[in-house]
Design a binder for this molecule. Structure first.
Ligand SMILES: Cc1ncc(COP(=O)(O)O)c(C=O)c1O
Length: 427
């Protein structure tokens, strides 16, 4: 008898079993296919072949954090007392520091003990907040086009999603009201994201005053994703949802050190606002993580306290890149509206290409023939079809080069298209 054989009736040997089948939970199947997969595969293959692809696909900052912040991380990592499990809601001095930033930047008073929580990046916090708030039969309104996490975190929490267009803010608000009036049971959660990703739509403080009124009228909680709070241009100051009167009664806001502070890999985010929602997030997080590496938390304090100037300077760098890319694309005849904030240009695909092919195929063509990677708008839902999202994560020289490569790619594609049309006409 082999070591796998079990001496009992009906079970003779290992070979008698059917092939083992992993059965994933239904929540995994609720997620839609990953639309950027084709682009990422080709990007990888091109790089393996030695192509110097200019990557404007992912909003992954390429500049370094401030030296003082990195030095503090090194110092703190050398201290043995920082290597144990930390607190899952973050050390108090870090929570106090983000409360101080809210006070000085937005005039919002927060209690660091009950109204602030640290997260392992805002994406983690956002997803777990959805788990704390949503369940089967619950519905969330999300802005469309959407940051995939906004819809998928709701789906993972077994909730349903209604996606409403954000392009026109007044219409967005009236569509929210209409949905609340007509949907039963009413939406439980409203997810907002301004400066909006991917479309770069921005709002003024009054917008959030109306949001709080709607939230109270329809008993709907609010999550504001404020990831691009620190990246704004020409004096525009993106407003905080929490600065609207009564906002903390109905919702929370997520911020991050990934974008303005160039600390994306560090995974430092915050959830601030309604203490009961934050308590719920804390309960979920308490079962999933032991908090952020303490040395990172200590260095993040230095970043929040001492590097406002560098954050402003980083925004200026994005502004210059925005100008280079927008001016270049405009010269090619593209109809571009330069964004007021955020790290992206949301570019309508110009004709005749828009009528000839899907957004995905256009993006694939730019990558295949032009060595420029961009995100097809359709990856952000149906309402992104016809647009490309271009991340300002390459330097100005590389962005100029990207425009030249796009121009050459489209010129050649136009000639090929004319040639094919002539051949088709002749046969
Ligand atoms: C709108 C939006 N929210 C949240 C995030 C996630 O940020 P974090 O790095 O803090 O998880 C991103 C990252 O790209 C984002 O674009």
């Amino acid at each position: 008898m082999s070591e796998y054989e079990i001496d009992c009736e009906g079970i003779v040997s290992n070979e008698a079993y059917p092939p083992f089948k992993v059965q994933l939970a239904s929540r995994v199947h609720r997620l839609p296919p990953y639309l950027f997969g084709r682009i990422n595969t080709m990007l990888y293959e091109k790089r393996v072949l030695g192509h110097d692809v200019i990557d404007l696909g992912m909003g992954n900052p390429s500049d370094a954090p401030e030296e003082a912040v990195v030095d503090k991380l090194i110092d703190a990592a050398r201290d043995p007392s920082n290597h144990g499990y930390s607190k899952s809601n973050g050390i108090r001095n870090l929570r106090r520091e983000i409360a101080l930033k809210y006070d000085r930047k937005y005039g919002v008073a927060l209690d660091p003990d009950t109204e602030v929580m640290t997260c392992l990046g805002s994406k983690e916090g956002f997803s777990h907040m959805c788990l704390a708030l949503m369940g089967p039969g619950d519905t969330a309104i999300v802005p469309a086009p959407f940051f995939p996490v906004h819809t998928h975190a709701v789906a993972l929490a077994s909730g349903n999603v209604i996606a409403l267009e954000v392009a026109n803010s007044d219409k967005f608000l009236s569509n929210i009201a209409y949905t609340c009036e007509h949907l039963y049971p009413r939406p439980k959660l409203l997810i907002l994201c301004y400066p909006h990703r991917p479309s770069s739509v921005t709002v003024e403080p009054d917008f959030f005053v109306d949001v709080v009124k709607l939230a109270k009228k329809y008993s709907m909680m609010v999550i504001s994703d404020f990831a691009y709070a620190d990246v704004a241009f020409e004096g525009y100051q993106p407003p905080s949802f929490l600065a609207a009167p009564g906002a903390s009664e109905v919702g929370v806001e997520f911020t991050t050190m990934s974008k303005g502070y160039n600390m994306a890999g560090w995974r430092v985010g915050f959830c601030c606002g309604n203490s009961e929602m934050i308590r719920g997030l804390g309960v979920i997080k308490g079962y999933y993580d032991y908090g952020m590496f303490q040395a990172i938390q200590i260095a993040a304090i230095v970043a929040l306290r001492d590097t406002d100037q560098a954050v402003t300077e980083q925004a200026r760098i994005y502004q210059k890149r925005r100008d280079v890319l927008c001016d270049g694309l405009k010269r090619l005849g593209w109809d571009i509206t330069p964004p007021r904030a955020g790290m992206f240009v949301w570019a309508p695909i110009p004709e005749p290409w828009k009528s000839r092919m899907s957004t995905m195929d256009f993006a694939m063509m730019l990558l295949q023939q032009g060595d420029v990677a961009v995100s097809p708008g359709s990856g952000f839902g149906e309402s992104g079809e016809g647009y490309l999202r271009m991340a300002l994560v390459e330097n100005e020289k590389r962005l100029r080069q990207a425009v030249r490569q796009i121009a050459r790619c489209l010129e050649k594609a136009e000639k090929d298209y004319d040639g094919q049309t002539e051949t088709a006409a002749a046969t």
